[in-house]
Write a protein that binds this ligand. Sequence first.
Ligand SMILES: [Mg+2]
Length: 178
Amino acid sequence: MPLPLLMLDVDGPLAPYVGSPYRRPEGYLTHRLPVRSWQERQRAAGIRTPKPLRVWLHPDHGPALRALPYALVWATTWKDEANQHLAPLLGLPELPYVDWPSMHHGDPDGLHWKTRHLVAWAAGRPFAWVDDEMSPRDTAWIAAHHPAPALTLPVDHRYGLRAADFTVLTDWAEENAS
Ligand SMILES: [Mg+2]
């Protein structure tokens, strides 16, 4: 049996964000990264010399993710830049990533823009999806359209992934993918 996929969003679950730049959640470290796509967006907005992107990452997340019984996949707008910038800081190997055919588009059924792409990418394999933006509508649609078990795990973007989330992921893999 191949391992289930773990589709990883970055902004929110791994890189939490809050209203105040001074309210870093406990245990996180601050990094300033020259992310190409971020700087391009800054330039498009008229900022001539974009600053690096400030990102909070938790050093325990990489080892904790590697210990899970899943095949890890980046499911984030960072795409290949997650491998370039985040994997080394988190202690993760280079991972496959979903190369979205489109991003941030509207959906006729009100789904998150990632949902249909993720189901297509999973191609029938069991998967868990960790994200701060999904809704119960996405969960219901995936259950109706994905032929294998799937878990949608919403994460609070103010805190990122917490111990309870890792427990949910471990338990689900043991129950659904063996
Ligand atoms: Mg997110």
